[in-house]
Design a binder for this molecule. Structure first.
Ligand SMILES: NC(=O)c1ccc[n+]([C@@H]2O[C@H](COP(=O)([O-])OP(=O)(O)OC[C@H]3O[C@@H](n4cnc5c(N)ncnc54)[C@H](OP(=O)(O)O)[C@@H]3O)[C@@H](O)[C@H]2O)c1
Length: 401
């Protein structure tokens, strides 16, 4: 019998991290937790450490760890260096990158450079540093397997096919909670409305990105880098049931689709076990009759301008996708803090994209530099646009009073 694969989970306290632990808990003969990494959710990490007994527990925010005197010092480490060393730890077989945001790029590069299998949920790694990620895999011999359900679907549809036989891919989007709304109604949207996703349970950032469709633009860029597919051959359709995860159309007109109940545990298990399939009764819940009817619609590009802005940044290439991503991260955080209105997320991103100079991606320093510049420009834009948003909502309240 083979020894279990030793898994490190970056972002273990997040939505992807918790789902990964749930999958591992059901398959102890196949997978073993070697390291867990959080940013600062110490209570959550303590619980996970008690249950899974990893060799290493890392708190990326070293100050948060230092402030806790009650933890056993053995096996606990703090700081970003410790996070990066987990990604390249010689005892780790698979790194699951479930971090949120551009902060995931460097651990992605570290894992691939050290020849590991990288089960990648952190799409921002490919969006911000796509060429660097591919180069790191090539140089270090690492293997990149996506966790995002749409990209896992493409991988599963492609099994055994020559890439040259692919004519195009079609990613599906749930459409988020505001599908079919009109733009006036979006002005009054609060964080609690946007956090109510119709089909998926996810972390706050990706849930807001699903409501604006920025997430789908990030996924188009991710698909472009993962599978070397030109932007003209990547399409998106809205599929509110979230049962079909992607289509691949081949040059002879045949179309493959991968389907399944919307749970991230399935693509996570597949990323850990690829190319094998592991028996998991808990995940076998698909019922074609109950899933019916399945419907598909065009993306409403006027209602969701971030989709077009993001894809356009992908087409521009170089550091433009990193600028889009950084501006969007800053704007989403401001929206969640109620410093910015929902429609203004795209206004801020558009301003930053027109202000910040881009360049080709030659090394990680380029990406980190443009990320910093775009964040600073994003904060300034949030201050300008956010104060106008607040004045307008005060005016509306007065008129309503
Ligand atoms: N959730 C999904 O179903 C889903 C589906 C497809 C793709 N994805 C992608 O997967 C990634 C994670 O999403 P999520 O929904 O799981 O996010 P999440 O629930 O917000 O979790 C993020 C995790 O990353 C940690 N983290 C955040 N900032 C960090 C930093 N600076 N240093 C170290 N750790 C940090 C967080 O730690 P704390 O708990 O301490 O904050 C948490 O453990 C995103 O790229 C998302 O787009 C998610």
């Amino acid at each position: 019998m083979r020894a279990p694969l030793r898994v490190a989970i970056l972002g273990s306290t997040g939505s992807i991290g918790r789902s990964t632990l749930e999958v591992i808990r059901r398959h102890p003969d196949r997978f073993q937790v070697l390291a867990l990494v959080t940013n600062r959710s110490l209570d959550g990490l303590v619980e996970q450490v008690t249950m899974f007994r990893p060799r290493r527990a890392v708190v990326a925010d070293g100050a948060a760890l230092a402030a806790r005197q009650d933890l056993p010092r053995a096996n606990w480490e703090g700081g970003r260096e410790a996070l990066l060393s987990v990604a390249s730890d010689p005892d780790v077989d698979v790194v699951v990158n479930g971090l949120v945001g551009a902060v995931g790029l460097e651990p992605t590069l570290a894992a691939l450079q050290s020849g590991k299998r990288l089960a990648l949920a952190n799409k921002e790694s490919l969006v911000t540093g796509g060429p660097l990620v591919l180069e790191a895999a090539e140089r270090g011999g690492g293997e990149l397997i996506p966790i995002d359900s749409e990209h896992s679907a493409i991988l599963q549809c492609l099994a055994g096919s020559d890439r040259a036989s692919v004519a195009r891919v079609v990613l599906t989007a749930s459409g988020g909670p505001f599908r079919g709304w009109n733009s006036n109604a979006l002005e009054g949207v609060r964080p609690s409305d946007a956090l109510r996703h119709p089909t998926w349970e996810m972390g706050a950032k990706i849930t807001i990105d699903s409501a604006t469709l920025a997430n789908k633009a990030l996924e188009v860029i991710e698909a472009h880098f993962l599978y070397g597919i030109p932007y003209d051959d990547i399409e998106v359709v809205v599929h509110p049931q979230s049962v079909v995860h992607s289509f691949v159309e081949f040059v002879d007109g045949s179309v493959m689709a991968q389907m399944g109940f919307p749970t991230m545990e399935l693509p996570i298990l597949y990323a850990l076990s690829h190319p094998e399939r592991v028996d998991d009764a808990r995940l076998r819940t698909f019922d074609p009759v109950r899933s019916s009817p399945l419907s598909f619609e065009e993306v409403d590009r006027d209602l969701f301008p971030l989709f077009e802005l993001g894809v356009e940044a992908g087409r521009r290439g170089g550091t433009a996708p990193a600028v889009f991503n950084a501006a969007n991260e800053v704007a989403v955080e401001a929206f969640l803090d109620e410093r910015l209105g929902f429609p203004s997320i795209s206004a801020v991103v558009e301003m930053v994209l027109s202000e910040v100079q881009t360049c080709p991606v030659t090394d990680v320093a380029d990406v980190l530099e443009v990320d910093r510049t775009a964040r600073a420009a994003g904060c300034a834009a949030v201050d300008r646009v956010g104060s106008a948003d607040r004045e307008s909502s005060v005016r509306k309240r007065r008129v309503g009073a």
